[in-house]
Write a protein that binds this ligand. Structure first.
Ligand SMILES: [Zn+2]
Length: 272
């Protein structure tokens, strides 16, 4: 019975996400708002970045680091549309948005939506690397763990690349962060239904606000350590003293835009 309910959940989520194949929309978005390319995926797909506003605080939002997390790309799409129509609401920020860091994985996920298996196809890049384990940090190892399912109780081993920062997608992202002197990074994932920060004080403030506004569970550093992740964006941002917030939405294929909008609006109105 439990298994049937689980599968029904996947189907429901699948139906919600069925019409949300945003790859073409993303191209249209580039035409509409203008973007610049920060690099290319292994299959030569452009990795786009959008810049909005001219405030002193530089904030970067990244979606689709795991290509199977289709809803995060949809979320970036919603966010970009909102930001362009409400530019007067965040005078304090210059926003950078990378709607899809792993376009090869995302494309694969859009073409093969494995609704009955929780949407696992397309997580990795073409080298089969889990990109959120490929950052050049002291904990980097070639093999690490991906935990998923309820309370992250299911685990599989993943490949993290031959060395830290080996993958073109991660190189492009870290160069963007350094080049633009980004102070805050928001990284969007799903479907853990939680939010966590790094050691940076501002990160902790933002994480708590995000948790309050969305209802996503706040994850402490101690809880996170139990997942035993290596070579992550979180750790890399700690090394570079950048405030980091990792948001895990509730579904693979949906954006949670209604909830996330409340948190985003609240943070955008802050005077940091
Ligand atoms: Zn993820």
């Amino acid at each position: 019975m439990k298994k049937i309910l689980k599968q029904f959940g996947y189907i429901k989520r699948g139906i919600l996400g069925f019409f949300q194949n945003n790859f073409d929309k993303l191209q249209n978005l580039s035409k509409k708002f203008g973007s610049f390319e920060i690099g290319k995926s292994i299959k030569e797909k452009p990795i786009q970045c959008f810049k909005i506003g001219n405030g002193p605080c530089k904030l970067l939002c990244v979606s689709g680091i795991h290509g199977n997390e289709i809803g995060t790309v949809k979320l970036a799409h919603c966010f970009l549309n909102w930001a362009h129509n409400n530019i007067d609401q965040f005078k304090n920020y210059t926003l950078f948005v990378v709607p899809c860091l792993n376009p090869d994985g995302y494309y694969l996920a859009c073409k093969n939506p494995d609704y009955f298996n929780g949407g696992k196809i397309g997580r990795f890049n073409v080298n089969n690397v889990d990109l959120n384990r490929n950052f050049d940090t002291p904990s980097f190892t070639q093999k690490s763990i991906w935990s998923f399912g309820k309370n992250y109780k299911e685990n599989v081993e993943v490949f993290c690349g031959n060395y830290g920062n080996s993958e073109p997608e991660i190189k492009a992202l870290t160069e963007l962060i350094k080049d633009k002197k980004i102070q805050i990074v928001f990284m969007f994932h799903n479907a853990g239904n939680d939010v966590m920060g790094n050691k940076n004080k501002l990160s902790q403030r933002l994480t708590k606000i995000y948790s309050e506004k969305t209802g996503f569970k706040y994850v402490s550093d101690e809880d996170w350590k139990e997942l035993k992740q290596t070579g992550t964006a979180k750790e890399w941002c700690d090394l570079h003293d950048i405030a980091y917030v990792e948001v895990e939405g509730t579904t693979r294929w949906g954006s949670d835009w209604k909830k996330q909008k409340k948190a985003i609006k609240s943070i955008m109105s802050m005077n940091i």
